[in-house]
Design a protein around this ligand. Structure first.
Ligand code: UDP
Ligand code: MG
Length: 330
């Protein structure tokens, strides 16, 4: 038995059927290690909480955190990381698409001195063509925008060192995009590969809107290049409009005015379209700034079996436990 502790953080949203099989698989591949599993119930509406409590009563290494409502995958990961006690922390989905059997190899790479080990899916064939194409395109745009490479297809299945977890605990942002944060952090990084399995029980919780939201958070939280791009587009068309204005005045003086209704309407429509687009980009950033300004906690804990640390150490959460009802905003 090793003397270090491995924390396994599992965000769960309506995953009742998956809890028991997941814990069995984790136990069978990690029985040689000292480990704790932190199940984060992200406001599930099915029997997830019941399954979690059942698992907890039969297994002392199971901890759980239950949110007061659905705060999203990234917030659930953050809560688990904030409360993990391990020397290294692994984040993995509850749906068994990512095999816990890959964890020992990740621990191995960590012991060899890597601080962040990202597991990358090597059989993309399992997901739809749309998901594959959009993901490849998205990650290349994101890496360019963010000025540092974001590991593609590293879908929040990774292991990282205690010191990385401590940095993430300090990060308080509503626009949480952990994949970007992990590549921004730097340190010694390694990659390992796994084969993704088909989701057998339950269904995907990442609908198109959640995907768009995550993608937009990824871009806006790491780069202001879209604002600069909007400015360039704005300047380019302002230049064109100015040129056209000069042309229009010249032909008035030359007495060449013709009923230019079509070109007028076309340019107004076109330019207002561009203006709206630019305003939209600016609005997206202002909206994100507004959300940040409110400094609300990223998640609210309704129930947990983890002894919450003192207020000064706790970040980003607000406990709804009756005996813990004090705001913990830092
Ligand atoms: N999840 C979550 N909150 C959400 C959506 C998803 O905690 O609002 C969890 C979900 O239970 C799963 C993981 O995040 O453990 C990944 O979600 P999913 O498998 O639905 O995404 P996909 O694999 O289809 O991208
Ligand atoms: Mg999945």
């Amino acid at each position: 038995m090793n003397d270090f502790l491995v924390s396994i953080v599992v965000p769960c949203y309506n995953e009742a059927e998956n809890i028991a099989p997941l814990l069995t698989r984790i136990e069978s591949c990690l029985h040689e290690y000292r480990y704790e599993v932190i199940l984060v119930n992200d406001g599930s509406r099915d029997g997830t909480q019941l399954e979690i409590e059942l698992a907890y009563s039969g297994n002392p290494s199971v901890r759980y955190i239950s949110f007061s409502r659905n705060f999203g995958h990234q917030a659930a990961l953050k809560a688990g990381i904030d409360h993990a006690k391990g020397d290294c922390i692994v984040t993995i989905d509850a749906d068994l698409q990512k095999p816990p059997e890959a964890i020992p190899e990740m621990i191995d790479l960590w012991q060899k001195g890597n601080d962040i080990v990202t597991a990358v899916c090597k059989n993309e064939g399992q997901s739809s063509l749309f998901k594959r194409l959009s993901s490849t395109g998205y990650y290349s745009i994101l890496s360019w925008l963010a000025d540092h490479e974001v590991v593609p297809n590293g879908a929040d299945f990774r292991l990282f060192d205690r010191k990385v977890a401590d940095i993430i605990r300090e990060i308080q942002t509503q626009n949480l995009y952990l994949r970007g944060i992990f590549s921004w952090i730097g340190y010694k990084q390694a990659v390992t590969y796994y084969r993704e399995e088909k989701r057998i029980l339950g269904e995907t919780k990442y609908g198109i809107w959640k995907m768009i939201n995550l993608a937009s958070n990824g871009i806006t939280s790491f780069s202001v290049k879209p604002l600069r791009f909007a400015l360039s587009v704005g300047l380019f068309f302002a230049g064109l409009a100015f040129g056209y204005g000069v042309y229009a005045i010249t032909i008035v003086f030359l007495g060449l005015t013709v009923p230019g209704w079509a070109s007028l309407v076309a340019s107004i429509v076109f330019l207002s379209g561009i203006q709206l687009m630019v305003l939209g980009v600016i609005g997206e950033y202002i909206g994100k700034m507004y959300m940040e300004l409110k400094q609300r906690p990223i998640y609210l804990i309704a129930k947990t079996n983890i002894t919450l640390p003192s207020d000064s150490q706790r970040k980003g959460s607000y406990s709804l436990n009756p005996e813990e009802r004090r705001p913990i905003i830092t």
